[in-house]
Write a protein that binds this ligand. Structure first.
Ligand SMILES: Cc1cc2nc3c(=O)[nH]c(=O)nc-3n(C[C@H](O)[C@H](O)[C@H](O)COP(=O)(O)OP(=O)(O)OC[C@H]3O[C@@H](n4cnc5c(N)ncnc54)[C@H](O)[C@@H]3O)c2cc1C
Length: 217
């Protein structure tokens, strides 16, 4: 997270109030119906893009709002109170963005962050696998280098934003024999293309609307 914002404190408060009005006016009246019907709110997501919510913690120099963590926490609290699924649509996406902002190279930041900020590229994090959740060092998805690219083989499950999104921060093993095991792991930013297959959307008891899927690479 960052404290480099391009909004002054008054504008920040105005932004939080605008999000409140949006949640109360456009989301709250429909939540019961959308949650029960497992309805994906495409129009709401489009409006969230326009508001800049997909870039709210991305630094201003990369096209985001660069909101401070405490303001982001206030926004997440408000969204979760109205419909938790909306918080998941933004939050998983921004976890992916923060991985690039905090750990990527400058070239990677310039390549991805502006498109994350507008929501042109939208997604989340692909960590969990059918046989591995908490113990992530046990993942079996492998990326093998072939010339100037990598070939990924494996499967992921419970991946939020992976049906309607188009990009995932994908945890893989680049050296499956490494000891300790975490030294052989890498995080790829995988945009959807051939070889990135959404196998099925998972049905859930709650936290519906948001797409959570099985993936095959
Ligand atoms: C709605 C939903 C959305 C999700 N979205 C994503 C997503 O976007 N991306 C993604 O990568 N994953 C996602 N997940 C997966 C989630 O992160 C995993 O479910 C989680 O990591 C736990 O893994 P697991 O379900 O395999 O449980 P397990 O790892 O099998 O754990 C089961 C239980 O055992 C406990 N446990 C495990 N190991 C130990 C230990 N060594 N000592 C003590 N207790 C232990 C755990 O705390 C837990 O209570 C999602 C899951 C759900 C339900």
């Amino acid at each position: 997270m960052t404290d480099t914002t391009n909004l002054d404190p008054g504008e920040e408060e105005a932004f939080v109030s605008a999000v409140d009005r949006f949640l109360e006016g456009e989301v709250q009246p429909h939540v019961r119906e959308w949650e029960h019907e497992d309805f994906y709110p495409h129009d709401i997501v489009a409006h969230m893009k326009e508001m800049g919510l997909f870039g709210c913690t991305i630094r201003a120099e990369y096209g985001g709002l660069g909101l401070p963590t405490r303001t982001y926490a206030r926004l997440m609290e408000r969204m979760s109170r109205v419909w938790m699924s909306l918080a998941g649509i933004v939050n998983s996406h921004l976890i992916m963005a923060m991985a690039v902002q905090n750990n990527g190279t400058e070239e990677q930041r310039r390549r991805f962050l502006p498109r994350f900020a507008t929501g042109e590229l939208r997604g989340g994090v692909g960590l969990t696998e059918p046989d591995c959740g908490t113990d992530l060092q046990a993942i079996r998805t492998v990326a093998r280098r072939e010339g100037d690219h990598y070939v990924v083989n494996g499967s992921k499950t419970w991946i939020t934003n992976s049906l309607h999104g188009n990009c995932i921060a994908l945890l893989v093993k680049t050296d499956p024999r490494a000891e300790p095991r975490h030294r052989g792991m890498s995080l790829f930013i995988a945009e959807k293309r051939d070889g990135f297959k959404v196998v099925r959307k998972l049905d859930k008891l709650g936290y519906k609307g948001i797409d959570t899927c099985e993936l095959l690479f």
